[in-house]
Design a protein around this ligand. Structure first.
Ligand code: GLN
Ligand code: ZN
Length: 768
């Protein structure tokens, strides 16, 4: 083992998609068969080389292990699973005779092939990044199945760098895994720890031989209280894992990173283990106390989860308090920087004043390099920069728009009544009378396929090639088609199809005060998918109605009720970068008030059903149990604030994108929406018993069509799903709808699927 000191400044990871989404394009070209694996590998190698040079130029060291080797073609959890040979049985054919999986095979596991479904995808801790859930059974034969990470260390060395390889650690890998499909009841992946550790040990030895002096094991599972493995078992696994890996002699020094929150009672486990460095998240978590150690403590004081330049002097103070615990303190980002866009200086359309308050990944690296200088030379060495950062913070505090008196007065005057609708039974009969819907009413979640034509029109409008009137005309033509189609198919509650929306959050951000949008601020959502979160920087208000004209135009085309469509406050917050200078609850209420006005205008314009989507309600759920009740209070409260201003005849719908109903059922109940649609098709209505058990009494549409796949569900299949739902839930409550919006689907499969849904509904209605 080598004994080089841990670098004074580092980051836990860096955006891997490329400054212009080069990796996305290269990967998609490979999938489309337009390029070879070699060409893709060349692009990826160039991107990695560029990243190393860039990080060195920004102030990280070339040879001191400060640059993380944290590339991924698709997903870091899949990388770890493939590295240790945790390949689902249905993909075993992809494993070559020498035990390895090539790039094409790796992508096949990620994306599925024919009848072999891909691994399940789920949200990575409290972020909007999705990872692929590893599948591990009693028969999974762990072995070193990929040397990709080792090769990247060698590649870096050839470029003149000593980098620090990063891999998801064994405890987190097992804690996030689900039992393989053929595993017996009661089996838990974490029970395979002792079989897995030798493969990690072998990997560490190979990394060591390749010249790595430090390795980073990401163990965020240690901070979460929301994962299935019981805490005591998790801590026992961590104790065992680091004892075994730390006991190896042929290895780099081990840095365990624990981003996303406080380590809590896992910190003593790490302190008592043989690992050499521990990374703590001091943005979400507090500075630990009550011990002294000679291990390196890596203080994550620069927020990897958000885009604010933040309080540099405060970050320095936090590092100083960490120095009371260990003579060896280093500075880092609180999480990997892959949650934020790469570089704010390429944004030419943002207000320069706003830009002066921001730090994207590159700017954060710069901040870390400064703090590292302060750690070695004392804070006077960076006093000018500290003063500048403090001045920027003060400027942000006092800038126009950050605090808007009218918005604040309105929020301060809210009372309980603003968060409450009338009695549900009364609402139900008023709505029944007003809407006259058949039993098992049919509807969709909002969007219809976003065709190439729609996107082209939007791009032409953005480039100024067509006028606003022409753009509007094109969208209205699309709405007409969508309405005609829904009438012809026979749906009961119609939608306009959302063609005018680039994205369900950005669209609202562009139309509300207090937000800004970037041109190139892409962050990876999953695989090659990226999103461009908006920046919520100031007090939020609505300068003018947003959706009202679109909805009234749509309603003018049909005698059927048209559902107005809005994105809820929690989802708008979750999928934007949100100001960090006030509680999220306050910001959520501001957004809610803007939506409340929109809802009032929709209602006044004759729209009798309004859906407020909250697919991200579950996603922001805090990782610590103690933090969850207050989160659920304000998130539910903001939804209620948005929706409680309407008459009892007006039907409020909400849509949640997932079926993990159990965890938040009580909160969903408290939303007090008249109708809730959720995902249920993929899990074959597994959620229905939960709904029954909870006594949920209002309208519920468990999805009958899995829109994540091009597959068309048959009439029989939908009939069976509906019968399953009706087996547990009173018929009066049941709505019929797809799992989610249709925007990623093609028209052919959409039309066939909706026809089958209607046919099934008619059959089932006859049996009522
Ligand atoms: N109304 C949105 C749509 O149909 C909902 C999308 C979502 O839940 N993510 O596209
Ligand atoms: Zn959805």
């Amino acid at each position: 083992m080598t004994h080089t000191p841990f670098p004074t400044g580092t980051i836990l990871g860096y955006p891997r998609i490329g400054p212009r989404r080069e990796l996305k394009r290269a990967v998609e070209a490979f999938w489309a068969g337009k390029t070879s694996a070699e060409e893709l590998e060349t692009t990826a190698r160039e991107l990695r080389a560029g990243t190393r040079e860039r990080l060195a130029a920004l102030g990280l060291g070339r040879e001191d292990s400060s640059i993380p080797e944290a590339f991924s073609y698709y997903d870091q959890v899949l990388d770890a699973a493939v590295t240790v040979g945790a390949i689902p049985t249905r993909f075993e054919r992809l494993v070559a005779e020498d035990g390895t999986v090539d790039l094409a095979g790796y992508f096949t596991i990620a994306r599925g092939e024919g009848a072999d479904v891909p691994a399940e995808m789920t949200k990575w801790f409290d972020s909007n990044y999705h990872y692929l859930v590893p599948e591990i059974g009693p028969d999974t034969t762990f072995h070193l199945a990929s040397r990709r990470l080792v090769n990247e260390v060698i590649e870096a060395r050839e470029q003149g760098f000593v980098t620090r390889p990063v891999i998801v650690g064994p405890v987190t890998l097992l804690a996030l895994a689900k039992p393989a499909v053929d595993a017996p009841a009661g089996f838990t992946p974490i029970s395979r720890l002792d079989d897995l550790l030798p493969v990690y040990a072998e990997l560490l030895a190979a990394l060591h031989a390749a010249g790595a002096e430090w390795v980073q094991l990401d163990e965020p599972a240690l901070v979460s209280e929301s994962i299935e493995v019981p805490r005591a078992e998790l801590l026992a696994a961590a104790t065992r894992a680091f004892e075994v890996l730390g006991g190896e002699s042929e290895r780099p020094q081990i840095f365990v990173a624990a981003p996303y929150n406080d380590l809590g009672d896992a910190l003593p486990v790490l302190l008592n283990s043989p690992v050499e460095a521990i990374g703590v998240d001091l943005v979400r978590g507090a500075v630990p106390t009550g011990f002294e150690t000679s291990k390196t403590l890596v203080g994550g004081v620069i927020d990897g989860h958000n885009i604010w330049r933040g309080d540099l002097a405060g970050a320095w103070e936090t590092l100083e308090s960490l120095r009371a615990l260990s003579p060896n303190v280093a500075v880092s980002s609180s999480t990997s920087l892959f949650h934020v866009p790469q570089d704010v200086t390429v944004e030419t359309k943002l207000d320069p004043r706003l830009v002066s308050w921001l730090a994207f990944a590159d700017q954060k690296v710069g901040q870390i390099a400064l703090l590292a200088t302060a750690l070695t030379e004392g804070p006077v060495a960076i006093s000018a920069e500290l003063a500048e950062a403090t001045a920027a913070l003060a400027d942000r505090h006092s800038a126009p728009g950050v605090r808007d008196g009218a918005v604040r007065e309105r929020a301060a005057a809210l009372t309980d009544a603003d968060f409450t609708r009338g009695d549900y039974t009364e609402r139900l009969s008023a709505q029944d009378a007003a809407l006259g819907l058949p039993p098992l009413p049919t509807t969709t979640i909002g969007s219809f396929p976003q065709t190439g034509d729609i996107r082209r029109e939007r791009a032409r409008f953005a480039r100024g090639e067509i006028t606003e009137a022409e753009y509007r005309g094109a969208m209205e033509d699309e709405i007409r088609r969508v309405v005609d189609l829904q009438e012809e198919i026979g749906l009961d509650v119609l939608v306009h199809g959302e063609p005018e929306r680039n994205d369900m959050v950005q669209y609202f951000a562009e139309n509300l005060d207090g937000f800004a949008v970037t041109e190139l601020g892409w962050v990876q959502s999953y695989g090659s998918r990226c999103t461009r979160p908006s920046l919520l920087w100031g007090d939020v208000s609505r300068p003018a109605p947003i959706t009202v004209d679109w909805s009234t135009f749509t309603q003018s085309l049909t005698a059927k009720p048209v559902k107005g469509m809005l994105t809820g406050p929690v989802t708008i917050l979750a999928w934007s970068f949100v100001r960090d200078d006030q509680p999220l609850a306050d910001t959520a209420n501001q957004v809610a008030l803007a939506l409340r006005d929109e809802i009032a205008d929709l209602e006044a314009a004759g729209i009798g059903i309004i859906q407020v989507d909250e697919p991200a309600l579950r996603e922001l759920l805090p990782l610590k149990l103690a933090d969850q009740p207050s989160y659920l209070d304000w998130s539910v409260g903001s939804f209620r604030l948005a929706t409680s201003g309407v008459a009892k005849e007006t039907q409020i719908h909400t849509h949640l994108c997932y079926s993990e109903f159990g965890v938040v059922i009580d909160a969903i109940n408290r939303l007090d929406a008249d109708v809730t649609s959720i995902e249920a098709a993929r899990s074959k209505m597994e959620v229905v018993p939960d709904i029954e058990r909870s006594g949920f009494g209002r309208g519920i549409g468990p999805g009958v069509y899995d829109i994540h796949s091009p597959r068309v569900p048959s009439v029989d299949e939908v009939t069976e799903l509906l019968q399953t739902a009706l087996g547990s839930i009173p018929q009066r409550q049941v709505w019929v709808n797809p799992d989610c919006g249709l925007k990623t689907r093609g028209y052919d499969e959409t039309v066939d699927s909706l026809r089958n849904i209607l046919a099934a509904t008619r059959t089932v209605r006859e049996t009522l």
